[in-house]
Ligand binder design. Structure first.
Ligand SMILES: Nc1ncnc2c1ncn2[C@@H]1O[C@H](COP(=O)(O)OP(=O)(O)OP(=O)(O)O)[C@@H](O)[C@H]1O
Ligand SMILES: *[C@@H]1O[C@H](CO)[C@@H](O)[C@H](O)[C@H]1NC(C)=O
Ligand SMILES: *[C@@H]1O[C@H](CO)[C@@H](O)[C@H](O)[C@H]1NC(C)=O
Length: 288
């Protein structure tokens, strides 16, 4: 059966040590904890979507080393289809994902309900994936992270939904986002560049949304929760949104965003990135 949510993006292994302070140049200090985490925006978003119950596929590239092999095991454990592994023996494998790889995955991309892209792989490859999806009538969800000041303007026109955070919005528009009014302003500016729908995530404030059909920005607040670790909240949000777009297409965008806020706000109440992403069974059932 075809994957409904297809993510074209990155896998990263996070090597994390906890210390009381940062070392100065040339200094060695003791850390009191060390752990390895699975990260990378593409994989994070895919994992969150899968944990909500989406049938997912991740188009990515990993190195042929212990990190790459462990990562593929991690994806399998999360029920994510990676298909034929493409293995290369170099670091920075993410940047080696190329047009040829996309061509080989074209069947998966074109049969998806939603294709999700970010900017941790070569931007031209992300853009091509969005174009392939659009050409097949597949919904495109683009998260311009990490932000590029000189983003190719075609990213706007090929994004059905353009979802960024405050920092990314500032880099793209030049306007710092300090309050809801600023968020409205940047939302309008980004919409005018040709996307159908813009979401600016605002941390504890939830999101600002604005659409081509109803170009009046609307605030969708998040619930009040006690934040433990907000790392990866944005990816949890995007992964959840991809799930709702694929499986609940009749919901209004506002309702999908409200539900995605709920999922992301659960993710910030536990430590880590993927390790904090909730499973469907652990969430309030009215989200489904
Ligand atoms: N303190 C919070 N309380 C409730 N919800 C939150 C909080 N922080 C984040 N969220 C939820 O997560 C979503 C994404 O958060 P944010 O805008 O901080 O993304 P981000 O900056 O890309 O995240 P990060 O870079 O930390 O992974 C928000 O839209 C909201 O739904
Ligand atoms: C991966 O590396 C191992 C050696 O570490 C080698 O035997 C194997 O052929 C490599 N696989 C690919 C697909 O290159
Ligand atoms: C937005 O996301 C980027 C990663 O793409 C992160 O570095 C930045 O801190 C985030 N901004 C906010 C306000 O959380």
């Amino acid at each position: 059966m075809a994957a409904e949510v297809v993510v074209v993006g990155s896998c990263m292994t996070d090597l994390v040590s906890l210390t009381t302070r940062l070392p100065k140049a040339g200094e060695t200090i003791l850390g009191h904890k060390f752990f390895v985490g699975f990260g990378g925006k593409g994989a994070n978003q895919c994992v969150q979507s899968a944990r909500l119950g989406a049938k997912t596929s991740l188009i990515c590239k990993v190195g042929n080393d212990s990190f790459g092999n462990d990562y593929v095991d991690n994806l399998k454990k999360n029920g994510i289809s990676t298909g034929q592994n493409v293995i290369v023996i170099v670091p920075g494998a993410n940047l080696l994902l190329n047009f040829e790889d996309l061509k080989r995955a074209s069947d998966v991309i074109c049969k998806a309900k939603v294709v999700v892209c970010q900017l941790e792989v070569t931007p031209a490859v992300s853009l091509e994936a969005l174009k392939m999806a659009r050409a097949s009538g597949v919904k495109t969800l683009f998260n311009p992270a990490p932000a590029l000041a000189d983003l190719d303007p075609q990213f706007y026109t090929y994004s059905d939904i353009f979802c960024c955070n405050e920092t990314e919005a500032e880099i793209l528009t030049g306007i710092p986002v300090g309050n809801l009014e600023d968020a409205k302003k940047v939302g309008c500016m980004l919409l005018e560049r040709g996307c159908k729908f813009v979401i600016v995530t605002l941390g504890a404030e939830g999101c600002m949304m604005i659409s081509e059909d109803e170009p009046i920005a609307k605030h969708v607040p998040a619930g009040k929760v006690r934040a433990v670790d907000t790392t990866g909240a944005g990816d949890s949000f995007v992964g959840a949104l991809a799930f709702y777009l694929a499986y609940y297409p009749k919901l209004s965008m506002e309702e999908m965003i409200r539900k995605s806020n709920c999922v992301a706000s659960v993710s910030i109440q536990a430590l880590g990135t993927q390790s904090s992403y909730p499973y469907r069974k652990d969430l309030p059932q009215d989200l489904f």
